[in-house]
Write a protein that binds this ligand. Sequence first.
Ligand code: PLP
Length: 411
Amino acid sequence: MAEYILAKENGRNIPQEDKIFGISNRAKKAIAEKGAGRVINATIGSLLDDNGELVVLSSVAAVFKQLSPKDYADYAPIGGIASFKEAVQKSAFGAHRPDGFVEAVATPGGTGSLRNVISNYSVFGDKVLTSDWHWAPYNTIAGELGRSVDTFEFFTAQRTFNAAAFHAKVSQLLDVQESLVVILNTPAHNPTGYSLTLSDWDQVVDALCGAAKCGKAIALVIDAAYIDFAGDEEEYRRFLPKLSKLPENVLPIMAYSLSKTFTLYGTRCGAMICIAKTKAIADEFRRVCEYSSRGSWSNSAKVAQVILSKIYSDPELLGKVGKERAHYRDMLLARSRAFEEEARLVGLETVPFDAGFFLSIPCDNPDEISAKLEQQDVFIVPLAKGLRVSVASISEEKCRRLPALIKAAMA
Ligand code: PLP
């Protein structure tokens, strides 16, 4: 437990070192000393090519290079520039725009959207609900705002989405609090790679329709950070029209990010997009979220907003970006298939996986196993319930080698 000298703890537990950055730094050191070929660094959450270099879509980079100083130096309006607000809806919804009153507010990445939802759709002390396997910063964001995270069991013993556990936890929390924020990270969930199926979505919608009868406010966040790396971009948006079935007091909000989809991680751009049943709810959404933005980061950076606007105003360029992304998505999918094939061969169990940057291996002693693997220059991330492997950051050849190494370390 850290000793506070001048800073205030305020109910948070701030570690001396971020665990993932710590491992990642040790991996980088090993690479510097021994060479990239001798080290497996499966800790990084960005898409890297087979040489360990960051993948940047050249079609997107070309737009960047043609920008004028005003495109990147000027302030954007708090809620985002108008052309971005339009373009980002097209990008988020594709051909599956749900019915409803839609408003988009620019945010610094998906992270900003998550922060603004929690700040505006829950109250101090509330529990925010997500799956037991989840992206750790949800806890940090909730904690910064005086909330905490509660979880439901993501999978049944039959390796399917645990709709009963979801339903039970939603009801339990609504019994004791006046509002509820639910975060579902799908498709291509971090850290498991699971994508909710259309029938999983039917169960989620049914559960929320039932729970909403109490009349309390529910915000359903679809954290779609990896949506464009799951597989066919339209196929993976087919769940969206189902959101229109939700009643007035359940507000679906898509946390959309340009980080992965357009390889613009560092430009910090995303949007929170609501699909409301009434204009009043949509207008309120825009008002409260813009207010929160003003009080946290103020304006979001303009540069990626302009880039997205330019991409969506030029069909040929949009096609080029889509084609280039598909190439890298295929590379990523080939890596995860290679990992899965080898895992089956060596008898290594994985958590139900569909697609994406990561997959997970359940185990009881993740810290011990990852420390053992580090001794062989294999770096993966220990989580509460297992180990996370980033197939986004290692070659297909390393993906093939890794399952046997993990299996041996677990023996
Ligand atoms: N949600 C999940 C599950 C993520 O893994 C990430 C990024 O790693 C994000 C949201 C948000 O990323 P960004 O703020 O860069 O859009």
